[in-house]
Design a binder for this molecule. Structure first.
Ligand code: ATP
Ligand code: MG
Length: 431
């Protein structure tokens, strides 16, 4: 027997009976983005490797260890996107979107690829919803993007997601801070992991979010960035807090949040859940005022974040949040014999053309098996067509929930009459 090929480790299928959960969440993300004035951006799944090494940062875990990088047949190095911001920023520059008025407000719903150790909430192919706002240095924008995330969580009825915020300053406040970190961590060189030892000189802030337990233990008592902020960064942080309070959004200042990507400046934040264990960060983001410049553009203060859809769904499942199921088939038409089956096919088409869902047999089943199938898919109404019905041009349409039968003439107004019956039943259900 030929072997069945299995999926790649760290990837997941979203099966037809589960996809409504994704669609529900994605629809709310789209609607809320629209309400906040963000439009969708779609960028390619792969980009030149240099975009990520420059945009995300050479010393990050993502670039050092997690990227899916390969050479094309033409000998070019390309990388599957490990995150959405670098590609969006590239598209903004390449398409000169800055000429169309600022700020540029975009969102994406996309797959990402990272070579990580697969576990619950940590995959090699995962999905993100992300927000990008380019061309504003105002603290009101920081509060706006955070507010959008918060609105999405509210609409999804998620409880106990805590917002934690911090400021990691600008390159000038970080000069002094990095010196303080180097001095602090140098005293613990014996205990640091190899990776951290390597990063200590180049980018000591990375040591604060190292996930190796012995390193995070040391990082707990490291100097706090908040003691090193320059006046402008400090003032910005105060303003962000003020705007969050105006928007009625609770937060906690957590000076240990530095985020894993190099492009962040000033505000950084995470929404954390304690419901799904160690992979509890559902959403993370902040400002990246230097990113567009880093990628060859003008100075363009910007910000954004991404949330992991798999993690979000895990939190929702964990909290028992019910996701409304899509409405089942409105009418199942069973056909008995060749003529009746052709008529069933015709009726199904007219019902579908009228904007309602309808199904019939496409397998060649007998009547009993067809009715069993109608039951299984949860059809709201069913009807059987046989020689009698064709002769009398009359069919009995059965409400599968109440058992009530209604006779409808099989004429050109059948779809219209069925729609009325269907709407009346729907109305009864609502009462
Ligand atoms: P973590 O610290 O958990 O590794 P991160 O800092 O690498 O997260 P970001 O790059 O900020 O994460 O990505 C934003 C969000 O995307 C995360 O908060 C998380 O919800 C989700 N995410 C990141 N990596 C994965 C992954 N490998 N599998 C599933 N979701 C992920
Ligand atoms: Mg990570």
């Amino acid at each position: 027997m030929t072997k069945i090929i299995k999926k790649i480790k760290g990837t997941e299928d979203v099966l037809p009976k589960q996809s409504y959960r994704w669609q529900f969440v994605e629809n709310i993300m789209r609607e809320e983005s629209h309400n906040f004035g963000f439009k969708e951006i779609r960028t390619p799944v792969f980009e030149h490797t240099e975009l990520f090494s420059r945009g995300v940062g050479q010393t990050t875990d993502v670039v050092q260890k997690e990227m899916y990088t390969f050479d094309t047949k033409g000998g070019e190095s390309v990388t599957l996107r490990p995150e959405g911001t670098a590609g969006a920023a590239r598209a903004v520059l390449e398409n000169s979107l800055t000429n169309e008025g600022l700020p540029i407000k975009a969102y994406y719903l996309t797959s990402c690829y990272r070579y990580e150790k697969p576990q619950a909430g940590r995959l090699r192919e995962f999905h993100q919803f992300g927000i990008e706002e380019y061309g504003t240095s105002s603290p009101a924008a920081d509060a706006e993007v955070i507010s959008l995330a918060s609105s999405i969580f509210k609409r999804l009825q998620i409880q106990n997601l805590h917002l934690e915020i911090n400021s990691i300053g600008c390159p000038s406040c970080r000069l002094k801070y990095n010196e303080a970190l180097k001095e602090y961590f140098s005293k613990h060189k014996d205990t640091l992991c190899k990776n951290c030892l390597n990063r200590l000189e180049k980018n000591p802030m990375r040591l604060i979010d190292c996930k190796v337990p012995s390193c995070s233990e040391i990082a707990k008592d490291a100097p706090s960035i908040l003691d090193y902020l320059c006046d402008e960064c400090s003032d910005h942080f105060e303003q962000v807090k003020k705007y969050l309070s105006i928007a009625n959004i609770d937060y906690k200042v957590n000076p240990t949040i530095v985020r894993g990507l190099d492009y962040y400046t000033k505000t950084v934040f995470e929404f954390v859940s304690d419901a799904i264990g160690s992979q509890g960060t559902v959403c993370g983001g902040g400002r990246y005022d230097g990113l567009i410049e880093e990628l060859g553009g003008q100075h363009l203060p910007s910000l954004g974040y991404a949330m992991g859809i798999e993690r979000l769904l895990m939190v929702m499942e964990n909290q028992g949040i019910e996701i409304p199921r899509p409405e089942p088939c409105s009418l199942y038409v069973a056909g008995l014999g060749g003529n009746a089956q052709a008529k069933a096919f015709e009726i199904i088409s007219t019902i579908r053309n009228s904007g309602l869902s309808a199904e019939g047999d496409v397998v060649g089943r007998g009547l009993r098996a067809q009715m069993k199938y109608a039951d299984k898919i949860g059809a709201q109404f069913s009807m059987v067509l046989g020689d009698n019905e064709l002769e009398e041009k009359l069919a009995k349409v059965k409400n599968m929930k109440t058992g009530e039968q209604t006779e409808l003439a099989l004429d050109e107004s059948f779809a219209e009459k069925f729609a009325a019956l269907y709407m009346a039943a729907k109305f009864d259900n609502m009462e």
